[in-house]
Design a protein around this ligand. Sequence first.
Ligand SMILES: *Cc1c(COP(=O)(O)O)cnc(C)c1O
Length: 406
Amino acid sequence: MPQVQERIPGRIEDPLSTLPPSLNPPARILMGPGPSDVAPSVLRAMAKPTLGHLDPRFLEVMDQIRDMLQVVFGTRNELTMPMSGTGSAGMETMIVNLVEPGDRVLVGVNGVFGTRMADVARRAGAEVVEVKTEWGKTFTPEAFREAAAGQPCKLLCVVHAETSTGAHQAIPPLKEVAEELGALLCLDCVTSLGGVPVELDAWGVDAAYSGTQKCLSCPPGLAPVSFSARAADFMAKRRHPVQSWYLDLGMIRNYWGGERAYHHTAPINMLYALHEALRLALEEGLEARFLRHRRLSEALVAGLRAMGLSIRVPDEERLPQLTPVAIPEGINDAQGRRFMLEQFGLEIGGGLGPMAGNTWRIGLMGAACSRRNVHLCLSAVGAALGAQGYSIAGDPLQAAADALNG
Ligand SMILES: *Cc1c(COP(=O)(O)O)cnc(C)c1O
């Protein structure tokens, strides 16, 4: 007979009637700025048996993840590994391991994530020089050169794919100015990795971080990072300990590298998911994957334009995986997105900062980037606009098909 638990004075009683039902999340189609749809095999990978974080079989999985990450990042950097945490943990890892109090750091700010990076760098004690341009635009090397005003800088940080606006920063032209300033070139690749080419070694990038839930189509929870030998050398010469214990690469590299020293318990099943997501990306082939994102985004944009809508980033600076579309005058943003979610099971994103209320952000990331979803999204946007009295002149599905055939 089970013992009836004695009533503990002061303990809140948990009557059975408040026990929630077991989880039953609806199947959505995720075409916002992330998380993106997760491939079924990635979800299945997460359901495999949890191993110990020092189990020899798990150590093999870690080595394979590192090898695959190097290919996806376009690098031979030995210091390449996933950090435990979301993309923002990758951002903090890069900053706290490379910045010492008083270091001068240039940060490109043209959206939410550049703004966040400047904040993280200031908290780490950096003297931050914000290099600004309009949201939706990208930076010229001159913008950094002017902001530096001839003074040396420790880091030159920029967001490769600014998810808050859909702007695609060209990286190779920034290398020269980073060299002139003696700065390490540091990239946010959260939304770019797996969606557009990322070539850390060929571009001379010293530090980069990403996240799992954008174009890698994995659930949120890990932040792949990579550091050049030159960046590792900067870390080795630090005068102050890294301000964060949890994100200190000096210790974590001993777990991912030779000694396998325990630091914190690796999120085993999340790493299984990343392993499978990377495997899928390499099985498809990176070039084929980039082409898929580019072609389908051209189809989406052609369809949106056929509806009379305009895209808020110039074509030459536009990311394939994130399309910012202007909401027509008189259309309610939240009501439109709620309509798409309820009627189509489709999630797209709203705008942020100066784009709040006037922009929808449509993601075509990883597993969600399919022809079926382009059509679904065009139909849903058209119906949502129609429900609010906006009449569509053209034939968006035909325009999308023409873009794919052209
Ligand atoms: C999503 C995102 C981040 C932050 O990642 P989280 O996983 O939300 O912490 C950082 N940078 C960019 C460009 C992003 O798109």
